[in-house]
Design a protein around this ligand. Structure first.
Ligand code: ATP
Ligand code: MG
Length: 457
C-alpha cells in the first residue's frame, strides 16, 4: 500500500468522464452556418491539434477546507471540472490564405515582448500563405486617423524587431468607437484582426467581434493578452511579466546598495501593478533584499503601533537599513484622489511611492532618528525593455497560436497558457475582472516569510 506508485491520471481523477461534463468555456466561431467553407491546411505544422483536445483548468483538489489556499479558491472543496480548448494548428482551416487580409494592432501601454508577438504573427501568417499583412499604427486610433497609413508587414520588415523593446506599430489610448473601427475594417477589407493589448483593448476586441457578427462579416478577431502586471484571469502568466520581474532586480539591488551604504539608509522602489501586486511580490521573492512588500490587495497602515513606519524604525534599529517595494496601486487610500482619467477612461493613480518617501522622511524627523531615504521609480525603464529569453519563447508560441486560432475560424478569443499548456479562451471569460494576488495564497505567505514583515493592520 505504501510503496511508491507512478501516478496515473485515472488514479487522480477516478470520476473524470472521458467526455467533459462541463465544457464551460464555450468557443465561438464567426457566423456559424453561413460560411461552412473548410479548407485542408497544408502539411506545414508537423502535426495538428484535434478540435476536441482540452486542458483541465484547475489541477489542484483541496481535500479539506482548512488546507492553505482552499478557503478562497474552492470554498466547498468541490472539484468542478472545467476544460479549455487546446491551442494550435488545425487540419481544416476556415479561411483561404489567398483571401486573407490580416491586420495587427497594439494598444494601451508598452510591455516587453510586443515586437516578438508582432514578428511571430507575421511570420506564421506568411507560412500559411497570406500575402496581405498590415500593421495599424498607434492602436485603435490608426483606424480613424487619416494621417496614419497602415504599415505593410512581411518577414523582411519584422525580422529583427524583437531585438528592441516597444512596439514597431506604436501604441495609444482612447480612439474611435467600435462601429467606426469596423467600418474602417470593412473599407480596408480586413478579415483577420490580431489585437495585442490589455483588458481595455480586449473589451474593444470583443466588441469588434460582436459588431462583425452583427454585420455578418466573416472576420476573425483574436487577442494576445498584453499585461505586464500579469493580471489576466486563468492564465499562468502573460508575456512581459518575467522580463519585468527580472528587470526590477536591478532597481531593487540599486536601492539595496544605496540603503546599505548609507547611515540609516532606507530605499523605496515603486513597481508596476495597478490593481495586482504580482510584480512586486515576485520581484521581492526573487531579490531577497526586500524588507517590506506592499501590494494593492493587502491593506496596510502607515502610522500607529502596527504601521509600516514603526516597522521601518525597528529595521533601522536592528539591521541599520531597509528596503521597501511598493506596487503602484498599493495604499491608494493614503494619496490624494484626483478623479482624473486617461484617454481610455482608466483612473489616474496617485503616487504612493512619493507619498511613502515623504511620510518616511517626516516620521524619522519627528522621532529624531536620522534616516537617509532614497526613492527609485524604474517603471518606464522596465516597460521599454526587450523581452528576456523566457518571454521571448512565450511570445513566439502565443503569436503562432493566435494565427492558428484565426485560421481555425475562432473569433472573439484570446490566447494564453494554463497549467503549462497553450490554450484558447473566449475573451469575456478572462477580462471580467483583473486577476489579483490572493492574500491567503501560499505565494503571498512565502513572500511574507521571505521579507519577514508583520501584518500592518
Ligand atoms: P494597459 O494594460 O496598458 O492599460 P489596456 O488595453 O487596458 O492596456 P487601455 O488604454 O485601457 O489599455 O485601452 C486600450 C484601447 O482599448 C483604447 O483605445 C480604448 O479606447 C479601448 N477600450 C478600452 N476599454 C474599452 C471598452 N470597454 N470597450 C471598447 N474599447 C475599449
Ligand atoms: Mg488596462
Amino acid at each position: 500500500e505504501n510503496r511508491f506508485r507512478l501516478p496515473h491520471l485515472t488514479d487522480i481523477f477516478p470520476d473524470a468522464p472521458t467526455i467533459p461534463s462541463t465544457f464551460c468555456l464555450k468557443m465561438r466561431t464567426p457566423v456559424t452556418g453561413d460560411f461552412a467553407d473548410w479548407y485542408p491546411s497544408d502539411e506545414k505544422w508537423h502535426g495538428y491539434i484535434n478540435n476536441s483536445d482540452r486542458v483541465l483548468l484547475k489541477v489542484i483538489h483541496y481535500s479539506s477546507p482548512t488546507s492553505a489556499g482552499a478557503e478562497c479558491i474552492d470554498p466547498d472543496c468541490t472539484w468542478v471540472e472545467q476544460w479549455v480548448h487546446r491551442a494550435g494548428p488545425r487540419e481544416e482551416i476556415y479561411f483561404k490564405p489567398e483571401e486573407v487580409k490580416a491586420a495587427i494592432v497594439t494598444c494601451g501601454g508598452l510591455c516587453p515582448g510586443l515586437n516578438d508577438v508582432i514578428r511571430q504573427v507575421v511570420i506564421t501568417l506568411e507560412i500559411y500563405g497570406v500575402k496581405k499583412i498590415v500593421g495599424i499604427p498607434f492602436g485603435y486610433r490608426g483606424f480613424s486617423d487619416n494621417e496614419l497609413t497602415e504599415m505593410p508587414l512581411s518577414r523582411k520588415v519584422v525580422q529583427n524587431v524583437h531585438l528592441s523593446g516597444g512596439s514597431l506599430l506604436g501604441v495609444s489610448r482612447g480612439g474611435p468607437g467600435i462601429s467606426e473601427i469596423v467600418d474602417s475594417m470593412e473599407e480596408r477589407g480586413i478579415n483577420m484582426l490580431f489585437v495585442l493589448g490589455g483588458n481595455g483593448t480586449h473589451a474593444g476586441a470583443n466588441a469588434i467581434h460582436n459588431e462583425c457578427r452583427k454585420r455578418r462579416l466573416k472576420v476573425a478577431v483574436v487577442g494576445v493578452p498584453k499585461t505586464i502586471d500579469n493580471d489576466i484571469l486563468l492564465m499562468d502568466k502573460t508575456f512581459g511579466f518575467d522580463t519585468a520581474v527580472e528587470e526590477a532586480q536591478r532597481a531593487i539591488n540599486s536601492a539595496y546598495i544605496e540603503a546599505h551604504s548609507a547611515y540609516h539608509g532606507i530605499g523605496i522602489v515603486k513597481l508596476m501593478g495597478r490593481s495586482s501586486g504580482f510584480i512586486a511580490m515576485h520581484a521581492s521573492l526573487a531579490s531577497g533584499q526586500i524588507d517590506i512588500c506592499l501590494i494593492p490587495e493587502v491593506p496596510f497602515h502607515l502610522h500607529g503601533p502596527h504601521g509600516v513606519l514603526r516597522h521601518l524604525k525597528y529595521l533601522i534599529e536592528t539591521k541599520g537599513s531597509a528596503v521597501v517595494c511598493v506596487a503602484e496601486g498599493a495604499g491608494q487610500n493614503f494619496v490624494e484622489q484626483t478623479n482624473a482619467r486617461d484617454a481610455s477612461g482608466n483612473t489616474v493613480l496617485g503616487d504612493i511611492g512619493v507619498h511613502l518617501q515623504q511620510e518616511t522622511k517626516k516620521y524619522f524627523k519627528e522621532i529624531g532618528v536620522p534616516a537617509d531615504v532614497k526613492y527609485i521609480d524604474p517603471t518606464y525603464m522596465i516597460r521599454a525593455c526587450r523581452a528576456n529569453a523566457s518571454d521571448g519563447i512565450l511570445c513566439t508560441v502565443l503569436g503562432q497560436n493566435a494565427v492558428h486560432g484565426a485560421f481555425a475560424g475562432y473569433s472573439g478569443i484570446t490566447v494564453g497558457i494554463c497549467n503549462t499548456h497553450y490554450i484558447y479562451f473566449p475573451i469575456p471569460e478572462v477580462i471580467s475582472y483583473p486577476r489579483a494576488v490572493d492574500p491567503n495564497s501560499r505565494m503571498w505567505h512565502r513572500c511574507l516569510t521571505s521579507t519577514g514583515q508583520p501584518d500592518f493592520v
